[in-house]
Design a protein around this ligand. Structure first.
Ligand code: HEC
Ligand code: HEC
Ligand code: HEC
Ligand code: HEC
Length: 149
């Protein structure tokens, strides 16, 4: 019996260990860290409604998790920042990683597409969200995408 319990514990420990390693979660660093190297993108992002997504909430809703799910990046990082679309940056933000696109992607960098936007721009999740037309909203210039232009 003792042996069995020991074995069970070993199996469990191993299972938890592999789950932690394979599901590696990356940490968020905030937009100022990206600004260092991406000034142009920062400036263009900062002029979009995403940079005011938390600010526009009514006072009593600014820390309501139900609103912050779409109106912030994490509960500690206000506004819809770089990492809400490009993924948490702690592991890919180093220049030596960033210069190797595949490596950066392995370390959590997301090249956003329509699905990225629909995490939040989904009228089924929240009534005040309007229909989402990716091509139009992407091109509108509201985000000034491509950031560089
Ligand atoms: C130390 C400088 C540095 C920091 C800090 C940095 N980057 Fe980068 N990033 C680069 C370089 C260099 C490239 C390679 C492409 C280029 O030359 O513009 C790049 C490329 C990118 C790309 C384009 C990927 C592609 O190929 O389409 C994205 C998106 C990106 N970075 C997002 C971010 C975000 C978000 C942050 C903050 C979490 C960040 N970066 C922080 C230097 C940096
Ligand atoms: C499913 C994601 C989602 C949730 C949850 C959500 N919102 Fe929104 N909200 C949006 C999006 C996306 C917009 C932009 C409007 C659009 O074009 O669809 C928006 C717009 C707004 C605006 C208008 C901002 C402006 O500039 O005029 C207010 C105010 C607002 N939301 C408040 C709230 C409050 C309060 C909550 C919580 C009770 C909440 N939202 C929850 C996604 C969400
Ligand atoms: C609302 C989502 C969103 C936010 C917020 C956002 N980006 Fe982007 N970003 C995109 C999309 C979409 C692309 C274009 C991807 C492609 O080429 O298909 C892009 C492209 C880029 C690129 C590639 C080169 C370029 O300029 O087009 C860089 C670098 C970048 N973003 C950095 C940033 C940084 C830094 C921030 C924050 C200051 C940021 N992004 C905020 C969605 C976003
Ligand atoms: C984390 C949630 C989130 C993600 C991801 C996101 N958005 Fe948004 N978006 C919002 C919120 C919240 C607002 C409203 C902010 C405000 O009014 O200040 C908004 C506003 C906008 C607006 C302005 C709408 C208007 O009526 O003025 C456009 C355009 C837009 N987003 C396009 C995009 C695109 C394109 C993507 C994907 C590349 C994207 N968004 C990804 C949450 C998000």
């Amino acid at each position: 019996m003792k042996k069995f319990i020991l074995l069970l514990m070993m199996v469990l420990t191993f299972a938890i260990f592999t789950a932690t390693v394979s599901g590696a979660t990356h940490q968020y660093v905030g937009p100022k860290k990206c600004k260092m190297c991406h000034r142009i993108e920062f400036k263009s992002w900062n002029a979009t409604p995403h940079a005011k997504a938390t600010e526009v909430l009514p006072k009593d809703k600014k820390s309501d998790p139900k609103c912050l799910e779409c109106h912030a990046t994490t509960k500690d990082i206000p506004e819809v920042t770089c990492e809400a679309c490009h993924g948490p940056g702690k592991d890919y933000k180093k220049g030596s990683v960033m210069r190797k696109r595949d490596l950066a992607i392995k370390k959590g960098l997301v090249i956003p597409d329509e699905k990225t936007c629909l995490k939040c721009h989904d009228s089924k999740k929240c009534k005040h969200v309007k229909g989402f037309d990716y091509k139009k909203m992407f091109k509108d210039g509201v985000h000034q995408f491509k950031h560089k232009k």
